[in-house]
Design a protein around this ligand. Sequence first.
Ligand SMILES: [Zn+2]
Length: 64
Amino acid sequence: MSRYIVESPDGPERGIRVTCEEHGESEEFPAGHAKAAFYCEFCGYEVEVALRDAHDWKDTGEMC
Ligand SMILES: [Zn+2]
């Protein structure tokens, strides 16, 4: 199975980027989405990443 890299690029938008290391497929997701579904067509896998902003999390308390 391929490896997937989840990065949080520095920048004002605080989005994330998910990359399939083996195939070089990557997709960026802006902040504000609760979940990011990244699909690599070469792998045939879909990877779902939950986005949680640490600052928001502290402000709002516990969230499922
Ligand atoms: Zn792949």
